[in-house]
Design a protein around this ligand. Structure first.
Ligand code: ATP
Length: 336
């Protein structure tokens, strides 16, 4: 039988280190794939290509599944985001970001039983990239929200809730101020919710949501929201469960899926062998489940839980002393 083809975008900063670690762990569980390495980010620019080259977009579209490391996006000027380009060009409309308490991981919320999923819209909102200088002293941006875009995202979040046996989907918005855009999102949310009477549907204003998340995070189940709120709220949730080193994500479209960590390229620690590969590894676990390799996904998940609970081989971001290599070896041993 021919091996499953998977596109790999190692990306920038710590991307190549955590990608190598993740693939080593996947292969140690017996998962076999034909890995097709693709350029993106600063490495692509250095080769005279775009930050997200057309050849990479075409290859991911053709292969259908990608494991992606972070790519650096400069603030202010410079090249536009390789991530935003890939998500928009492949119409990866749903960004799924789970946040779950891991045993043994210390932090102010360690005693809370957090197990929530953020479903973030991935192609619209202020990320539509329509910004202009209206006047030398006035810059403006346009927030784009479409009814079909809201509908498919909300439907995806309810379907996900059904698939995972979850009980509640909460829409996160600012419809009290953004009456047309967020108002439309909320309207579509409650319309779609009628098709899922077994799931509790409710909504919360984004600022109140943030307050609730840092007081009673365990109350939430599935949160569905627009692009910008989702970006911010999902980093907040990553912080609740131990930081960016542990937060996985998936970008889902009709025909394609790209699995990547929530965090960025962490240039401050790149090349030092100290990056925590868990966020990308747990993204790869989401990829395994997407492909139907549930046994391998379970083995890796249990191994991460065991290593975190045991606590003697944690990476520096989690208060430990282990480098990427030691941690990776320990995950492989525990998954064995
Ligand atoms: P970018 O510009 O690519 O977004 P950034 O450094 O601004 O990069 P992140 O990469 O998200 O943003 O990193 C924020 C902080 O979290 C940094 O201090 C970084 O070192 C740390 N961090 C992020 N990911 C990891 C990881 N996998 N392991 C350890 N520390 C991490």
């Amino acid at each position: 039988m021919s091996k499953r083809r998977i596109a790999v975008i190692p990306g920038d900063g710590i991307g190549p280190e955590i990608t190598k670690a993740t693939i080593a762990i996947l292969e140690a569980t017996g998962f076999e794939a034909e890995w097709t390495y693709l350029d993106a980010g600063l490495g692509a620019i250095e080769k005279g290509l775009e930050a997200m080259p057309e050849t990479t977009i075409d290859a991911v579209r053709e292969i259908g599944v990608a494991l992606k490391g972070p790519t650096t996006t400069p603030s202010g000027g410079g090249h536009s985001s390789a991530n935003v380009t890939l998500r928009r060009r492949l119409d990866l409309f749903a960004n799924v970001r789970p946040a779950q308490t891991l045993p043994g991981v210390k932090g102010p919320f360690a005693d809370k039983d957090i197990d929530l999923i953020i479903v973030r819209e991935n192609t619209e909102d202020l990320y539509a990239g329509i910004e202009y200088q209206a006047h030398p002293d006035v810059a403006q941006a346009i927030k784009v929200i479409t009814r079909p875009g809201c509908r498919r995202l909300v439907k995806y979040s309810f379907e996900l809730a059904v698939r995972q046996g979850r009980h509640r989907v909460t829409a996160v918005h600012k419809a009290n101020i953004m009456k047309l855009t967020d108002g439309m999102f909320l309207e579509e949310f409650y319309k779609v919710a009628q098709d899922y009477p077994q799931i509790k549907a409710d909504d919360v204003i984004v600022d109140n949501c943030c307050m609730q998340l840092v007081t009673r995070p365990e109350q939430f189940d599935v949160l569905v929201t627009e692009n910008l709120y989702g970006d911010i709220v999902s980093d907040l949730c990553a912080g609740l469960v131990g930081g960016l080193g542990l937060a996985p994500g998936a970008n889902i479209g009709e025909n394609c899926a790209v699995f990547e960590a929530v965090h960025g390229s962490a240039p401050d620690i790149a090349g030092r062998g100290v990056a925590n590969p868990t966020a990308l590894l747990l993204s790869a676990v989401m990829m395994l489940r997407h492909l139907g390799f549930n046994a391998q996904a379970d083995r890796i998940t249990h191994s991460v839980q065991r290593v975190c609970a045991d606590g003697h081989c944690l990476t520096i971001d989690l208060g430990g002393k282990a480098g990427t290599r030691e941690y990776t070896e320990e995950i492989i041993v525990q998954a064995g």
